[in-house]
Design a protein around this ligand. Structure first.
Ligand SMILES: NC(=O)c1ccc[n+]([C@@H]2O[C@H](COP(=O)([O-])OP(=O)(O)OC[C@H]3O[C@@H](n4cnc5c(N)ncnc54)[C@H](OP(=O)(O)O)[C@@H]3O)[C@@H](O)[C@H]2O)c1
Length: 271
């Protein structure tokens, strides 16, 4: 059986997809800079070895499909995969980002057997991502109002990706993957504090205060977060998607389940 190439294989979704496929005895090839062979979005010469001989690809771009140059990278990668004989391509995308939607269109027009997973903010940003350090410090300071976001569990994204990579019925489908509830950032911090038993609080700050507090992060990441908080997180995304139900025939996992699971693992300290 040919392997399935998982890009972003050590990240929030890729790691889970690889684990779930391997648990089903489906061979995977890990794709990231630390994998062998190494795959680097910034070095197209590394792509051919990763693509060679695979049956399908899970495409997770880094750092984000909304970054300039992403649609061109997706177009070039898709073309190379198709030329190498790979037809089944599943793209991880984000809601409310024009650049990300351009990348989706590149894939949809490519002639591949495509599936698009258009996701809301991941719950795992609070436990495996950029907000973990400030949560551990007890205060999360963000330039965001009480806008509601339907945070999605990366476990659900992985379940949908596995289905799309291995089962019939998902070709030509665009799934909007969200959680089952709109939550403000203040509410997510309350939920995490309750689950972990640790005092944590949300604080609204201005954009310059936020940028100054993030100064130790890479400049492109800070710039990107400013774009997300300044432009993407308005009320245009304040609705629930039905992608988990359409793809899997079940409801999406709730934030409370996620918070209790992560708290029980000790990630946030406390209990
Ligand atoms: N986080 C969210 O809330 C969210 C929401 C919607 C959509 N998305 C999309 O999810 C994707 C992943 O974002 P994430 O922040 O959650 O990251 P992530 O998948 O948790 O982690 C990054 C992964 O990419 C790999 N990587 C880093 N730089 C790379 C490079 N130059 N070339 C190849 N691989 C590289 C890393 O492995 P190595 O270090 O080994 O290379 C790691 O496996 C983005 O395209 C984003 O648009 C994210």
């Amino acid at each position: 059986m040919k392997p399935i190439l998982i890009l972003g294989a050590t990240g929030k979704t890729g790691r889970r997809i690889a684990d779930k496929l391997q648990a089903r005895q489906i061979p995977v090839r890990l794709g990231s800079r630390s994998a062998t062979p190494a795959f680097d979005w910034n070095t197209p010469a590394t792509w051919a070895a990763a693509i060679d001989g695979v049956s399908a690809v899970y495409i997770s771009f880094y750092p984000d499909l909304a970054m300039p140059g992403a649609p061109e990278a997706i177009e070039a990668f898709t073309g190379q995969a198709l030329a190498a004989g790979v037809r089944r391509l599943v793209l991880l995308s984000g809601r409310g980002e024009i650049e990300a939607q351009r990348s989706e269109q590149m894939l949809q027009r490519s002639g591949a057997d495509w599936t698009v997973l258009r996701c809301s903010w991941f719950m795992q940003n609070f436990s495996e991502g950029v907000f973990l350090d400030s949560l551990l410090s007890g205060t999360v300071s963000l330039p965001v109002s009480d806008v509601g976001e339907p945070f999605v569990d990366a476990e659900d994204i992985a379940d949908v990706a596995v289905a799309a990579l291995t089962e019939p019925g998902h070709v030509g489908k665009l799934y909007e993957l969200t959680g089952p509830r709109l939550l403000s950032f203040a509410q997510t911090i309350e939920e995490i504090a309750r689950a972990s038993g640790k005092p944590m609080r949300f604080e609204k700050v201005t954009m310059p205060q936020f940028a100054a507090a993030m100064a130790q992060q890479p400049a492109e990441i800070v710039e990107f977060l400013q774009y997300l908080f300044g432009e993407v997180l308005d009320d245009r995304n304040e609705y629930l998607g039905d992608g988990v139900r359409r793809a899997l025939g079940r409801e999406a996992r709730d934030f409370t389940d996620y918070a209790q699971r992560v708290a029980a693992a000790g990630t946030w300290g406390g209990k």
